[in-house]
Design a protein around this ligand. Structure first.
Ligand SMILES: NC(=O)c1ccc[n+]([C@@H]2O[C@H](COP(=O)([O-])OP(=O)(O)OC[C@H]3O[C@@H](n4cnc5c(N)ncnc54)[C@H](OP(=O)(O)O)[C@@H]3O)[C@@H](O)[C@H]2O)c1
Length: 329
């Protein structure tokens, strides 16, 4: 295994690679990724030194977790596997977050991943009231005591939700959308998490691929790809698709982003920006090919951005993006 910078994930005692792998793509919602491709993507990431995988019980209704279990079975070294719970709630409402349901969701992930103790369970963008429900944290504390989970954290849609979760001392990590087109967490959430010793996992770092610079006004996406079916938030929070930036706005802004990146590969440049933000533990780009995994890992070897690149990116955000996202999430 090659070496990559590792950082401590909050107070969990675990170190994780600064570039992780998001595995929503290995479940569903991104067009079809078959078993063989999924195995190759996972192997490529692990071979390149990735020691953090992010998954969820609902990605392909467990398929992403099961594929991770299979990929890890022949390996001696285990990465840190962060999963999520809570979106199996049916109906999707705060009253469903009972001790019994949380336990059942988590037990299912333990079976899917083939482990007694899950490394980390993140509440998966639950209804907002859940973040201030002490009974939910008590249930999770109990599951930690029983060693069903080693640690828990939250995955949030908004900065405000992250700040609420930070008030609960058992929370070890916050997963949030952070990228060149999503700067609001820099203002309050990242400094507050750093002060509290809580890890930050940065998701949707490429704005669902916009920041690769390879999409145009006429790019089309498969019917079962959320970049087609959730473009206006039809299925879940629109912030998860292109980071909430209207597609046509994002394509134009991405062209300027590519110019600012100069000679650097835009996707790697975008990831380097994320991991250099104070308070970030790790970034978790998703990938649908082995080549993407390798390109993303290479971001760990890029030099930091220059002062003028940083200010150009800030100007780009202020001019083209801020009005669409800043006050919403
Ligand atoms: N609510 C939540 O907790 C939540 C929500 C969203 C995401 N997540 C997690 O965060 C992870 C990352 O977010 P995301 O996958 O939604 O968005 P993302 O990482 O911003 O975008 C991933 C997409 O970017 C493209 N891409 C990736 N690497 C590339 C490269 N090197 N070159 C060219 N294109 C590249 C691929 O598009 P193509 O597929 O078109 O090739 C890939 O599917 C997810 O996998 C998931 O684990 C969690």
């Amino acid at each position: 295994m090659s070496s990559m910078e590792q950082r401590p994930l909050g107070r969990t005692g675990a170190d994780v690679s600064v570039i992780g792998l998001g595995t929503w793509q290995l479940g569903a919602d991104w067009g079809d990724v078959d078993d063989e491709a999924a195995a190759e993507i996972l192997d490529a990431a692990l071979d390149a030194g990735v020691t953090l995988l992010d998954t969820a019980d609902v990605y392909g209704d467990g398929r992403s977790e099961v594929r991770i279990r299979k990929a890890l079975a022949p390996r001696s070294e285990r990465p840190f596997v962060a999963t999520k719970a809570g979106r199996r709630a049916d109906p999707f409402e705060a009253a469903q977050y009972t001790p019994e349901n949380l336990r059942a969701w988590i037990d299912r992930s333990r079976r899917n991943l083939g482990v007694d103790t899950l490394d980390l369970v993140q509440l998966h963008c639950p209804p907002p009231a859940v973040y201030s429900d002490q009974r939910v944290y008590d249930s999770l504390d109990q599951l930690v005591q029983e060693q069903a989970i080693a640690a828990y954290g939250v995955s949030v849609e908004t900065v405000a939700e992250g700040l609420t979760a930070l008030q609960h001392p058992g929370v070890q990590s916050i997963q949030v959308i952070l990228n060149v087109f999503r700067r609001k967490p820099l203002e309050e959430l990242l400094p507050a998490a750093a002060r509290a010793g809580v890890g930050i996992l940065a998701r949707v770092p490429l704005a669902s691929g916009l920041l690769t610079g390879r999409f145009t006004e006429s790019t089309s996406f498969a019917p079962d790809d959320h970049r087609n079916f959730n473009r206006h938030g039809e299925a879940f929070d629109v912030g998860e698709t292109f980071a909430g930036v209207p597609y046509e706005v994002g394509v134009v802004a991405a062209r300027e982003f590519v110019d600012i990146a100069g000679g650097a590969v835009p996707s790697a440049f975008a990831l380097r920006w994320v991991i250099d933000q104070p308070g970030v533990t790790s970034v978790i780009p998703g990938a649908s090919t082995v080549g993407q995994v390798r390109g993303n890992v290479a971001a760990a070897d890029l030099p930091p951005l220059t002062g003028s690149q940083l200010s150009d990116l800030e100007r780009l955000y202020d001019e083209r993006i801020r009005a669409h996202v800043h006050d919403r999430w």
